[in-house]
Design a protein around this ligand. Structure first.
Ligand code: SAM
Ligand code: SF4
Length: 339
């Protein structure tokens, strides 16, 4: 078959076996982080040797191939993405891609003071910033080493840079920070930000952190909030798994990402690329394809890469099978795939 006829067969959209259209790619650019949140990592972590990471150019090749096949949204995550050396190059290159509607970032905010404006200038549309507590000592306990003032300064810098939307992400844990739900929402509301509450997922062993005991469902968070706010359900979506409510009389949306109490797999539209170039078809399963091998075997030709991506759609599983009461079945920590 000549090259032209093979290329014609590359589809302009990615559809999996369950007829779900994949239009959203999350790229983890590093598994390293400057914090050690108790639900995400163990205190002592072994990170991937830098030599095994995809280079920034390779990450771009993969991102571009996805966009060529209909992906409209890319989220850069990690680990802490802003700790990856030279990562601005990647944002700048992706920001130029025709067809990419939304280039977004998930960050703990510690380095936003330095990078927020450059990210906005590179074409980043929206930023999610993780914040689980507004109290200095508690923030330190949850992140093990973090300084809340850096994250707060990062939030200010993001607001000043003028992204389309800045959102907070909070993981709520019973008896750890469930008494701050109102304060976190009030903080977001005062700044015109959205906020999403995330149910903890059993990814990787995190030492003596007991996920079953600390579980606090989205339903409980919603119940707590309804005592103070009138929350109006909306059908709005940002292309992710969150279900949103609007606070009556305010611009702020409150989202819930609820893998346990509200399974969102049926509408899954995304896949994830790890920093080593493994394409993960589901956050809660191990089905994956090694794209690094394909990229490196074909340095000047993206067609085998596109083929590998199309073939991967055949193994995207129907859904996750998270169980907080069991030992983690997945040894992969959240920092490997990003949120
Ligand atoms: N370092 C960045 C940050 O913290 O935003 C990006 C990566 S972090 C893995 C992405 C999101 O995943 C964060 O909002 C974090 O709270 C969330 N997260 C980490 N571990 C989690 C877990 N086990 N269950 C649910 N969410 C988790
Ligand atoms: Fe780092 Fe984000 Fe994981 Fe916290 S949640 S340890 S900030 S990667």
């Amino acid at each position: 078959m000549n090259r032209e006829s093979t290329e014609q067969q590359i589809p302009s959209s990615l559809i999996d076996r369950f007829n779900r259209r994949i239009n959203y790619l999350r790229i983890s650019v590093t598994d390293r982080c400057d914090l050690r949140c108790v639900y995400c990592m163990a205190e002592d972590m072994q990170f991937v040797p830098r030599s095994q990471l995809l280079t920034l150019e390779e990450l771009f090749r993969v991102g571009k191939s996805f966009v060529d096949m209909g992906v409209r949204k890319i989220r850069i995550t990690g680990g802490e993405p802003l700790t990856r050396r030279g990562v601005m190059q990647l944002f700048e290159a992706l920001g130029e891609l025709q067809g990419l509607d939304d280039l977004t970032l998930t960050t703990n905010g510690t380095l936003l003071g330095r990078y927020a404006q450059a990210l906005k200038d590179a074409g980043v549309t929206r930023v999610n910033i993780s914040l689980d507590s507004l109290r200095e000592d508690r923030f330190r306990r949850i992140t093990r080493i973090g300084d809340i003032h850096r994250t707060l300064a990062g939030i200010d810098a993001a607001l000043k840079a003028g992204f389309k939307r800045v959102k907070l992400n909070s993981v709520i844990m019973k008896n750890r920070n469930d008494d701050e739900i109102h304060d976190l929402v009030a903080f977001a509301e005062a700044r015109g930000m959205d906020i999403s509450f995330i149910e903890e997922m059993p990814l990787g062993d995190t030492g003596d952190h007991d996920r079953g005991e600390l579980y606090y469902s989205s339903q409980q968070v919603l119940g707590d909030l309804q005592r103070r706010y009138e929350l109006l359900p909306t059908t709005e979506t940002t292309g992710g798994p969150a279900r949103y409510y609007r606070i009556d009389g305010s611009d702020t949306r409150v989202g819930f990402i609820s893998p346990h109490s509200h399974n969102f797999c049926e509408h899954c539209n995304r896949v994830r690329l790890t920093a080593e170039g493994r394409l993960l078809l589901c956050l809660g399963q191990e089905h994956s394809v090694d794209l690094r091998r394909v990229v490196r075997a074909n340095p000047l030709d993206d067609e085998p890469l596109r083929r590998a991506i199309i073939d991967a759609m055949e193994i995207k599983p129907k859904g996750h099978e998270f169980d907080l009461t069991a030992k983690p079945v997945l040894f992969r920590h959240m920092n490997v795939t990003g949120g």
